[in-house]
Design a protein around this ligand. Structure first.
Ligand code: TNX
Length: 559
């Protein structure tokens, strides 16, 4: 039963072992398994892409073998050239091929990989078309962003070993046929909480890589909270210097300099991802109050906070000094942020009376508008007055929220982050070593099985801008732990955000997702080996071991 070339190697087939009686037969089974391990991996099938493409037309006669002397040819526009250089940088380590990038005009038309910026309006701002033929691969798009997404698809169509950082002997075959692909939603995001635990620039860049792989286009950074202030503000230097020195559990904390933040924004932009920075107001501000007691309602510095409770702190909404602070901080952040959005938080300001809170939010919304930005806030800001373009990020658990529905009737748009489906800080299962469970246990199926268009009663499909998966980090302390919580649920959320509803199919999804396990392994990335996904056999990957300390925020489910 040795695997013919071109089939997936299977180390030890349980059926093979079950039927085995003698030691000779056992040795035979082991030999076959060893032989299978040496056979080349099956070529990926054209539809085996996450998120699922809009349209897939395989042509088994048209497989393409990438030759060692392949050239990447690209339209002569700087943004397209940058995409081509990234493709080359992705493919060079594992293939060991030189893959020079050249201008499309100067080269003969056939062979190699072509990235072609066309005027194709029907592909939209982010769509692409990918054609694999026996003599070459072509990606066409109306924008560099579309080419970038096409490149992510191309990458997934190569054998998993393409993710290796060192050269691998492999037949670099792409399956023949055509893909036409466009996103369902304009907003496809993830959030990283760098306030509860601080993560350095390289960790954030790695998260951006994961977003890019799955065609996400927004990174929301939760930059401030009770436990730490993570962004340098020139006009209020104590915020980062003093407020940045703490984190959950008593670690050293940290903050991003302006140069650090710019580096994150630029790296994201090069991957067609917009950074949405959040300054959480008026609550979740203990770290700011430690640095600036004059902002506190009693003008007294609170002790630094390294626990995981919420809802106790707030900047004084009746003091003009507070609005100076808000205007200065948001002004500097707006100047550093090329993206359209500023997130003002707004969640869990339990100690601020409702009418005072609404007036505070309205004033901060006007400050954001005055800076030329569009305001985003957690859905708690819903009762405040409408301002042009405002966006509510809904994190409830019930699907029924009349206050948010009313804000939508008044003109607000919604990003969906239902905590019981999209919160990546929730445990997968009761025995997940880190994470919370106040909203739900979220296995891969639960992350996947909901529909953004119909999730919120009274919020019509056209009011939904998209989907975002937040990772709160009260219990997440390392890059490996970030990846363990992201993978494999982030691709599930990405598919909800990108793929047409007509492709939605749990069984098909988990089969396609399974092929990503070996990719992450080849890339040295930790992931949770969910039992719901039929991962191909490969060496077991140990789960990250949590440090011994208090990890669970105290919280009850709320909508
Ligand atoms: C709720 S979601 C919070 C965060 C916590 C998270 C823990 C939201 C806007 N606020 O402060 O970190 O739950 O799951």
């Amino acid at each position: 039963m040795s695997s013919p070339p071109g089939t997936t190697p299977k180390p030890l087939d349980p059926a093979d072992i079950a039927g085995t009686r003698t030691t000779g037969e056992l040795a035979g089974a082991a030999e076959r398994a060893a032989a299978a391990l040496l056979t080349p991996a099956a070529p990926v099938r054209l539809g085996e892409v996450v998120p699922a493409p809009e349209r897939v037309e395989p042509d088994p006669e048209a497989d393409y073998l990438l030759p060692a002397d392949a050239v990447i040819r690209v339209s002569a526009a700087p943004a397209a050239l940058a995409v081509a250089e990234q493709l080359a940088a992705l493919l060079r380590p594992a293939t060991g091929y030189p893959l020079p990038v050249t201008d499309i005009a100067g080269q003969p038309p056939a062979g190699g990989i072509v990235l072609h910026l066309t005027g194709d309006a029907d592909l939209g701002a982010e769509g692409y078309r990918l054609d694999v033929a026996a003599d070459g691969v072509r990606i066409r798009a109306g924008t560099a962003g579309g080419l970038h997404h096409g490149v992510q698809t191309l990458r997934q169509l190569l054998p998993a070993a393409v993710e290796s950082t060192t050269p691998v002997a492999e037949r670099w075959v792409l399956p023949g046929g055509s893909i036409l692909d466009r996103p369902r939603y304009a907003h496809r995001g993830a959030m990283l909480d760098v306030a509860r635990h601080f993560f350095g620039v390289t960790d954030v860049l790695r998260v951006i890589d994961h977003l890019a792989r799955y065609k996400l286009n927004r990174l929301h950074l939760h930059l401030t909270d009770d436990q730490g202030w993570r962004i340098a503000v020139d006009s209020w230097p104590r915020l980062a210097a003093v407020g940045g020195a703490t984190e959950v559990g008593g670690g050293p904390g940290g903050y991003y300099t302006r140069a650090d933040y710019r580096r994150i924004v630029a790296y994201a932009a090069a991957r067609h991802i917009t950074v949405i920075p959040e300054i959480d107001l008026p609550g979740h501000t203990n770290a700011a109050l430690v640095a600036h007691p004059e902002l506190a309602p009693d003008q007294t510095a609170p002790p630094p906070y390294t626990g995981t409770e919420v809802g106790f702190s707030y900047v004084d909404p009746t003091s003009e000094r507070t609005y100076d602070f808000v205007a200065d901080v948001l002004g500097e952040l707006a100047a550093l942020t090329p993206g359209r959005w500023l997130h003002i938080g707004g969640d869990e300001a339990f100690k601020v009376p409702a009418d005072v809170y609404a007036r505070f939010v309205e004033r901060v919304q006007r400050i954001v508008a005055g800076l030329g930005k569009t305001v985003v806030g957690w859905h708690q800001i819903a009762p405040a007055g409408h301002i042009d373009g405002r966006v509510l990020q809904w994190w409830g658990t019930s699907g029924d929220d009349p206050v948010t529905a009313d804000a939508v009737r008044r003109g607000a748009r919604v990003i969906l982050s239902p905590a019981n489906h999209a919160y990546l800080d929730m445990k997968y299962a009761p025995d997940t070593p880190i994470g919370h469970d106040w909203a739900a246990l979220i296995d891969v199926r639960r992350a996947y099985d909901w529909d953004p268009a119909t999730h919120l009663t009274g919020v019509p499909a056209d009011a939904v801008l998209g989907v975002e998966a937040p990772l709160w980090t009260e219990s997440v302390t390392t890059r490996a732990e970030i990846e363990f919580m992201l993978l494999p649920r982030l691709p599930a959320i990405a598919e909800l955000a990108w793929s047409p509803r007509s492709t939605h199919d749990w069984d098909g999804f988990r089969q396609r997702l399974a092929g990503h396990g070996p990719r992450w392994t080849a890339a040295g990335v930790e992931y949770h080996r969910s039992p719901e996904v039929p991962w191909p056999a490969q060496p077991p990957i140990p789960a990250p071991r949590p440090a011994p300390r208090e990890r669970n925020a105290t919280r009850s489910a709320q909508g």
